[in-house]
Design a binder for this molecule. Structure first.
Ligand code: AKB
Length: 314
């Protein structure tokens, strides 16, 4: 049975990952941590306030709770990182090396997500291969590529069992994403319910990979449980479910809300980031090495998102 310390527990992934891990491994075995105080369901289990730039605090909490795994989620996303590149470097790289060091010292298994942001304009755009050119042009992308390499380094050099995935834009209804380029694909569902209309900051025809949160959470658990002998890659696996542009979301929503209208007011900063990312990525290495398979497509995800958000906003 695992005992897992999760950083960034109040973020978009963390708030749902904690619930999933508590279901799989038992309530008391999941130590949620975040720079903010606990709120809602998170407060019902073990919880510690941890700033990931404070290496001593991470060590103290990991040791106190005798964890055997760290899932390190705390990070600034792409659009925020573009606004504050130096802060992004300090949090994203500082947090990563601190959690890797604690994993080395305490001999822990380690997971951290990379992203489609680890690719850049010179990367092949369609069905981006697992192993390919990675020359991103954003601070977030620079952090993600450096992070992938650092995780491989800790595995090779110190034998830390590091594993990761390159997440596409994640779509969920529990906690909002913050500061990402793909956030429009979450906002569109809330505005569909509230206003029957959405103004997209990403231009029509801009394809990016997306995934529904339940598939993302299942992928984390599956990868961490995978037989290490079968892993050729580690940091980080391409995983994908949906390649879509804003009109694809609009059409899927119109199926349930026929009067839904989409318009465009493009944000040049986030559009530039989106244009530098792949249109779709190839997940065949993840499928072959640990059995990754997404369950949700854009239609099944849209149905569930609209039902859940309507319920939430009642
Ligand atoms: C972002 O848009 O920054 C994230 C990501 C794709 O990593 N959602």
């Amino acid at each position: 049975m695992k005992r897992i310390l999760v950083t960034g527990a109040r973020g978009q992934i963390g708030s749902e990952l904690i619930t999933k891990l508590r279901d799989v491994y038992g309530h008391s075995n999941i130590i949620a941590t975040d720079i903010r105080e606990a709120e809602g369901e998170l407060a019902e289990g073990p919880y510690e306030v941890v700033d990931v730039t404070d290496d001593k605090r991470i060590y103290e909490v990991a040791k106190k709770h005798q964890v055997d795994t760290i899932m390190h989620l705390a990070a600034l996303l792409s659009a925020t990182a573009e606004k504050m590149p130096k802060v992004a470097w300090d949090i994203n790289m500082g947090g990563l090396i601190n959690t890797l060091e604690v994993s080395r010292e305490l001999n822990l298994q380690f997971f951290t997500p990379s992203s489609i942001g680890a690719f850049g304009p010179s990367t092949p755009k369609a069905q981006t291969p697992q192993d390919t050119l990675q020359r991103p042009t954003t601070m977030y992308g620079v952090n993600k590529v450096a992070g992938e390499l650092l995780c491989d380094y800790y595995c090779e050099r110190y034998g830390v069992d590091t594993r990761g995935v390159r997440f596409p834009g994640l779509i969920s209804y529990v906690a909002p994403p913050g500061g990402g380029t793909t956030d429009y694909a979450v906002e569109i569902y809330y505005e569909a319910i509230k206003q029957k209309a959405y103004t997209s900051y990403i231009a029509e025809g801009t394809y990016m990979d997306m995934m529904y949160m339940p598939d993302a959470l299942e992928a984390i658990v599956q990868l961490m449980e995978a037989d290490p002998k079968k892993l050729v890659h580690r940091n980080a696996f391409n995983i994908s479910a949906i390649s879509a542009e804003p009109m694809d979301f609009a059409k899927a929503i119109q199926h349930h809300i026929p009067g839904f209208q989409i318009s465009f007011d493009v944000d040049p900063v986030r559009q530039k980031i989106a244009d530098s990312w792949p249109d779709s990525i190839d997940s065949s290495a993840a499928e072959a090495e640990w059995g990754f398979k997404a369950k949700y497509d854009i239609n099944s995800m849209t149905k569930d998102m609209l039902e859940k958000i309507a319920e939430k906003l009642k």
